[in-house]
Design a protein around this ligand. Structure first.
Ligand code: AMP
Length: 425
């Protein structure tokens, strides 16, 4: 038997109804915040991610699905391609390629699959889906304003609330400008010099290569040491501090609760200033539903003009896991099951189905070889509200037996009145 590849999975009905529900609510929320959709390719040049996400990150160092793509001719030079592990780099590439700064501030969203070769477990897959957004543009268009950070966070609170996700927690931090970040890295490196020997092997390595990552360590014995390290806030310049205070101020004013997490630094190199995560208790170890932050220098590091930006990516797989709502509750059921009864009735039933579907009635269509009992069973199994019998007598009279499967009431309905009977206003 050929099975789905490790770390990938099929999404089947009725669960897909829940996914569609999430997509619909997300699109609706993006609409009221005036975001528009962008669709970038699923694969890009490997260089984009190496430069955009950062060579030092786990994603680029260990998790990308990369291959050498060769043309058919011997002389064709190969190109290294990669399945996108995230979508921000692709959006910023598109921003540069299509000179989107000419449009001023861009508020873009995407929904689609991403690929990372991670160790599969509950809530962690090798193909997973993200719903994300990016606000990016020239500084003059207001892209750097703390109002944009707060708007994004408030949008996320609205989305989670509308989906009925309870008990989410917003954790917030500022990692400062790239200069602040570099300064903090040095402060940390110095502080770690005297304590790293007592820490886990990973931290000892991180203390050399990327001290900021020490803050992500989960090893229990290391926690008291990490808690005593200098905090990033104390390395922030005056500008970064003011920006952060302004974001917090707006959030308080609109009533979005948050907690400061001094250790939140996020995995990707491109983040500057505001960094955030929404977590949810019911998800266990993989409790981050979404993450994001500001990336003011990303466009420049990809060869574009200065274009401050802020964005987020929601893990849709985890969002669906966290939903209280059951898949059955959002699954669409057919309004009517049309049961052709006897030879030659398939054609009549198909004609009737076509008329009803054109009027937006959802109809399931049986088969003339089914006996009446089997049609009733099929209609009940499909969850239809009504069953409509199409037999020779009905066709002659141009009026059809319509039975309400909930109340048991049965009436004969002329063809022209069927829509109204099945879908009363
Ligand atoms: P990141 O792009 O790493 O900031 O991730 C953003 C969100 O995507 C995370 O908070 C998760 O909810 C989700 N996510 C990341 N990696 C995976 C994965 N391998 N499987 C499922 N969801 C993921």
């Amino acid at each position: 038997m050929i099975k789905a590849v490790r770390g990938t999975r099929d999404l089947l009905p009725p669960e897909t109804a829940l996914w569609n529900h999430v997509d619909r609510v997300a699109r609706e929320v993006f609409r009221v915040y005036n975001f528009q959709e962008i669709r970038t390719p699923i694969f890009e040049s490997t260089e984009l991610f190496a430069r955009g996400v950062g060579e030092e990150t786990d994603i680029v160092a260990k998790e990308m699905f990369t291959w050498e793509d060769r043309g058919r001719a011997e002389s064709d030079k190969g190109q290294s391609l990669t399945l996108r592990p995230e979508n921000t780099a692709g959006v910023v590439r598109a921003y540069i390629e299509h000179k989107l700064w000419q449009r001023g501030l861009n508020k873009l969203y995407y929904i689609g699959p991403q690929f990372r070769r991670e160790r599969p477990q509950k809530g962690r897959y090798r193909q997973f889906f993200q719903i994300g957004a990016e606000v990016i543009g020239p500084k003059e268009a207001g892209s750097e304003s703390p109002a944009r950070d707060a708007e994004i966070l408030e949008l996320l609170a609205t989305l989670l609330d509308r989906l009925g996700i309870k008990n989410w927690k917003l954790e917030l931090n500022s990692v400062g400008s790239s200069a602040d970040r570099a300064r903090y890295n040095e402060v940390l490196r110095t502080a770690l010099d005297s304590v790293k020997a007592k820490m886990c092997a990973d931290c000892q390595r991180r203390a050399e290569t990327n001290p900021l990552r020490v803050l992500d360590c989960k090893v229990p014995e290391d926690q008291p040491i990490i808690e005593s390290l200098p905090r990033v806030y104390d390395s922030l310049g005056e500008d970064s501090k003011q920006h952060f205070e302004a974001v917090k101020n707006i959030l308080q004013s609109v009533g979005v609760p948050f907690e400061i997490n001094h250790r939140l630094v996020r995995g990707l190199d491109y983040y500057t200033r505001t960094a955030f995560e929404f977590t949810h208790g019911a998800l266990g170890a993989q409790n981050a539903i979404l993450g994001g932050g500001r990336y003011d220098g990303l466009s420049e590091s990809l060869g574009g003009p200065a274009a401050p930006g802020i964005g987020f990516a929601i893990g849709e797989d985890r969002l669906v896991l966290a939903l209280q709502e059951s898949a059955a509750a959002v699954q669409e059921k057919p309004d009517v099951y049309i049961a052709p009864l006897g030879a030659g009735m398939n054609a009549e039933a198909a004609r009737l189905a076509r008329e009803l579907r054109r009027k937006d009635v959802s109809a399931e269509l049986g088969d003339e070889s089914f006996r009446l009992k089997k049609s009733f069973e099929a209609a009940t199994k499909a969850g239809a509200k009504f069953i409509l019998i199409v037999g020779e007598n009905e066709v002659k009279a141009d009026a059809f037996a319509l039975k309400n499967l909930e109340s048991g009431e049965q009436v004969s309905v002329p063809r022209g009145e069927l829509v109204e009977k099945i879908q009363p206003e």
